[in-house]
Design a protein around this ligand. Structure first.
Ligand code: CU
Length: 241
């Protein structure tokens, strides 16, 4: 019995994040990130749009045991300048545990390895990397549903490059635009991948998956119906006046 408990503890599964603009940082974009964990090996699939084009975007998985396990809000703007720098987001998302570089080291040591991050050609970031070796502790943190993906690099003054007088809180040789968080999302357990996985294990989960899909479809129809009703009401109102 004890022997069987050991392999059962090996971390396996996947989590995904819906990446949304970080409050105050002026990014009009979004994205998704999926992380599959197999023991101490991560595979990361990430896509995002609306980023400053053709500039290196540092991207990490963050986690902090004492963090709030969420994306920062303007309430985290400690110096009240209207923007959130990476440190100000710390209480929300914690420290860097994985650097999502395209090549080479993926440890926190590569947090600002600007020559090894995706440059978002045309503002679109497409990232896929497997065989990212982590410790079992980090693997557990990623699967906990409390880790956070952050893509950095913003353009407050809209000049198409990292510039400005404010220096980065992480590296004073860089402008803060180069490191401030742009998009953020919590890596939560994925229902899409979780339901079929459960179905395989229990042998009875496939029906639940179908019912779930049906509920989603009904919800989508209700939303469409609601939008149609709104349009109708607006038209009716317009004809009254
Ligand atoms: Cu980061």
């Amino acid at each position: 019995m004890v022997l069987f408990a050991i392999p059962a503890a090996a971390a396996t599964g996947s989590v995904q994040a819906d990446l949304q603009p970080v409050a105050g940082n002026g990014v009009n974009g979004d994205g998704t990130a999926m992380v599959t964990v197999d023991g101490t090996m991560l595979t990361v699939d990430m896509g995002a749009t609306g980023l400053l084009a053709d500039q290196p975007h540092a991207a990490h998985i963050h986690f902090g045991a004492d963090a709030r396990h969420e994306c920062p809000t303007l309430g985290d703007d400690a110096n009240a300048d209207g923007h959130l720098n990476t440190s100000e987001g710390g209480p929300a998302y914690g420290e860097i545990v994985v650097s999502l570089t395209k090549t080479g080291d993926t440890s926190p040591n590569s947090a600002l390895a600007v020559d090894r991050f995706d440059t978002a050609p045309g503002g679109t970031l497409q990232y896929e990397r497997g065989s990212i070796e982590v410790t079992s502790t980090v693997a557990d943190e990623v699967l906990s549903g409390e880790a956070v993906v952050v893509i950095h690099g913003v353009d407050y003054n809209g000049d198409g490059k990292y510039s400005g007088d404010t220096t980065s809180d992480l590296d004073p040789s860089l402008p803060t635009e180069a490191t401030d968080p742009a998009l953020c999302g919590v890596l939560a357990a994925s229902q899409m991948s979780g339901i079929p996985a459960g179905g395989v294990e229990t042998g009875g989960g496939s029906t639940a998956g179908v019912e779930h899909a049906g509920l989603l479809a009904v919800g989508g129809l209700a939303l469409i119906g609601g939008a149609g009703l709104l349009t109708y009401r607006r038209r009716a109102h317009g004809s009254d006046s």
